[in-house]
Each structure stands twice: as C-alpha cells, then as structure tokens.
Design a protein around this ligand. Structure first.
Ligand code: NAP
Length: 163
C-alpha cells in the first residue's frame, strides 16, 4: 500500500475555515482529481460533509467517524484510522485528503505528501496542515505556477518523500 497525504496550504499552513476550503484554484482541483481518481481517499467526517454532492466519483471513499450509526451513500465508514488502513489491499494507492485531525494522525505513517503551496495568507482559518519536519521529509519535486486570470495567487505543486 502506498500512503500519500494530499493538501492545499497557504503560507501559514492553513487549510480551512468553518468547514470550507480557503481558496479556489482550478488547476489544484484538477491535480487532486488526476492523482486520486481510481484510488482510495480517506478523510475525516467533517471533510466528507463539506462535499456539496456527497462521495467523490470514481474513487473508493473512506470516512472516519466515531458515530456507530453513520451511513453515507457511496462511502465506507471506519471508527479508526488503523481499521480503515487495514481494510486496504497491499497494492492500493491510498490518499489521505484531510482534514487537520486526519493529517495529524496519518503523517508519521505516510510515504509521500503532495502539497499545493499557495502564495497567499487566508484572512481567517481554523484548520491547519501539520508542520513538515525536514529531518523526516525531503522535497522531491517542485513545480511553480504564477498567478493568472484563473488563479488569483501563485502556487507550487510540491512532492515530499518520507526518509
Ligand atoms: N486545504 C485542504 O487541502 C483541505 C483538505 C481537507 C479538508 N480541509 C479543511 O479542513 C477542515 C476540516 O478539518 P477538521 O480537522 O476540522 O475535520 P476532519 O478531520 O475532516 O473531520 C474530523 C472528524 O473525523 C472523525 N475522525 C477523525 N479521526 C478519527 C479517528 N481516528 N477515528 C474515528 N473518527 C475520526 C471524527 O468524526 P466524528 O466527530 O463523527 O467522530 C472527527 O470529528 C475543513 O475546513 C476542510 O475544508 C482542507
């Protein structure tokens, strides 16, 4: 199994406010879709509930929740990260897609981090990505994109590998 954290962060590692994403960058969403389609996405209950149309199509949707009676169309629920990961096959590509609480739990287990680093500072935030310890992670690649008519901020696609 390959385990990858995927997130979009601002200059302060912020990822969300009041259950929503902070920025709307079409090429970031396109990359998220390209990387995760056909694979497994694992997320916290709040992140799942933030999707306007429920489960994301063409992916195995796995939701973490302590609610024994939880049921979401198109998704499987697990009461722990360990149980969710134990349900995955050895050849499965698993993407941890947030939010803050799940990134924190999964970071030490992950093989890769796919970050979109947005060159902006959200005016308000209440959820953050964990600090990446460069003693444990190395930057493998970085692709910089300037702001343009569809993207109000410059951004970089960055891949980190766990040592
Ligand atoms: N920028 C990005 O890339 C990005 C990506 C994803 C999310 N976000 C943002 O992040 C924010 C949400 O993050 P969050 O930390 O508040 O919520 P979250 O991680 O999405 O969900 C938290 C919930 O997940 C469940 N959970 C987490 N770990 C669990 C475990 N080990 N076992 C059982 N249940 C577990 C619990 O649900 P119960 O309460 O039901 O037990 C918990 O209350 C939103 O603003 C969202 O937009 C941003």
């Amino acid at each position: 199994m390959t385990l990858t954290l995927i997130a979009a962060i601002d200059r302060c590692n912020a990822i969300g406010y009041e259950g929503k994403l902070l920025f709307w960058l079409p090429d970031d969403l396109k990359r998220f879709k390209a990387l995760t389609t056909g694979h497994t996405i694992v997320m916290g209950r709040r992140t799942f509930e933030s999707f306007p149309n429920g489960a994301l199509p063409n992916r195995r949707n796995v939701v973490l929740t302590s609610r024994a009676d939880a049921h979401y169309a198109g998704a499987e629920c697990y009461s722990s990260l360990d149980a969710a990961l134990a349900s995955c096959d050895s050849d499965e590509q698993v993407y941890i897609i947030g939010g803050e609480s799940v990134y924190e739990q999964a970071m030490e287990l992950a093989d890769y981090i796919e970050l979109t680093e947005i060159d902006a500072e959200a005016p308000e935030a209440d959820a953050w990505f964990p600090i990446i310890d460069l003693m444990e992670w190395s930057e493998e690649s970085r692709e910089d994109h300037p702001a343009d008519d569809r993207h109000p901020y410059a951004y970089s696609f960055v891949t980190y590998t766990h040592w």
